[in-house]
Design a protein. Structure first.
Length: 261
């Protein structure tokens, strides 16, 4: 009887160990399958998207279509294609230390839906510009509205401005994103910018977070009371370039696609 009592607990222990091991193994397989599925779908259009007029702006392998703002070629440094993303390599020196400079897609867009995914580094800052005009010897932000990209928890810009209007997904320094649903640094966010006949909507992680209307009295008043009041060409254009900002921090973009309306 003593021997039986000794064996039974051992059998139970082995069964528990096997169950835990098997569960971990199955979990790893599931995670691998999900990662593989995600990789297979990155930077590709479904047949339905193709039929509905969507176009990829980034193929996941090359910089085709992209170039420096106010230049004809893609930068030699500062930006790379890496693991299916277009990545800005951080310099650790902030905006003044960006090695690559801002980049734009070499086509102007008017009314559109732009979808993309973004991931920021710890303490990082970047932005997505739209309706931008290339002004010689001037930065892109002097003409272009900006969908803010930020690590809200660690970058001090999140506490500057007014009412959170420098946090991620906001119309930078003008309209705060509400609700503020940005994921922590290192995690992917799904975003969309819709522009149609002067109406602009920022959407992030499944929710509309910003809406405004270009050229209206409210828009003009807001600009006149902001730091952009000194820039005559800011927000004046209904057609322009889409750009990605080099703010000197690591940031990754993928699944960049557009549908013209």
């Amino acid at each position: 009887m003593k021997r039986i009592k000794t064996v039974i607990p051992a059998v139970i222990a082995l069964a528990l160990i096997f169950s835990v091991f098997n569960g971990c193994k199955q979990g790893a397989k599931k995670e691998k399958a999900e990662t593989q599925k995600e990789g297979e779908m990155m930077n590709q259009l479904t047949q339905e998207e193709k039929d509905n007029g969507w176009k990829l702006l980034f193929d996941g392998e090359t910089t085709k279509g992209w170039r420096n703002y106010n230049k004809e070629t893609f930068p030699d440094s500062g930006w790379v294609v890496e693991d299916g993303t277009i990545r800005c390599i951080g310099s650790g020196m902030g905006e003044a230390g960006g090695a690559g400079g801002d980049i734009v897609y070499d086509q102007k867009f008017k009314d559109f839906r732009l979808k993309f995914e973004w991931k920021i580094s710890e303490g990082g800052n970047s932005g997505v510009f739209y309706l931008a005009k290339e002004i010689p010897d001037e930065p892109i932000w002097k003409s272009s509205p900006e969908f803010q990209i930020l690590d809200n928890e660690n970058h001090p810009d999140a506490e500057l401005g007014e009412n959170g209007n420098r946090k991620a997904a906001s119309l930078y320094d003008l309209i705060p994103a509400q609700p503020q649903n940005t994921k922590p640094y290192g995690e992917w966010n799904e975003a969309e910018i819709m522009v149609y006949q002067g109406t602009v909507v920022h959407r992030q992680n499944g929710e509309d977070v910003v809406e405004y209307h270009l050229g209206t009295d409210d828009w003009n008043e807001m600009i006149n009371n902001s730091k952009f009041s000194d820039f005559e060409e800011f927000g004046k254009y209904r057609e322009g370039y889409i750009g990605l900002q080099d703010h000197g921090n690591d940031v990754w973009y993928r699944n960049i696609k557009i549908k013209e309306l």
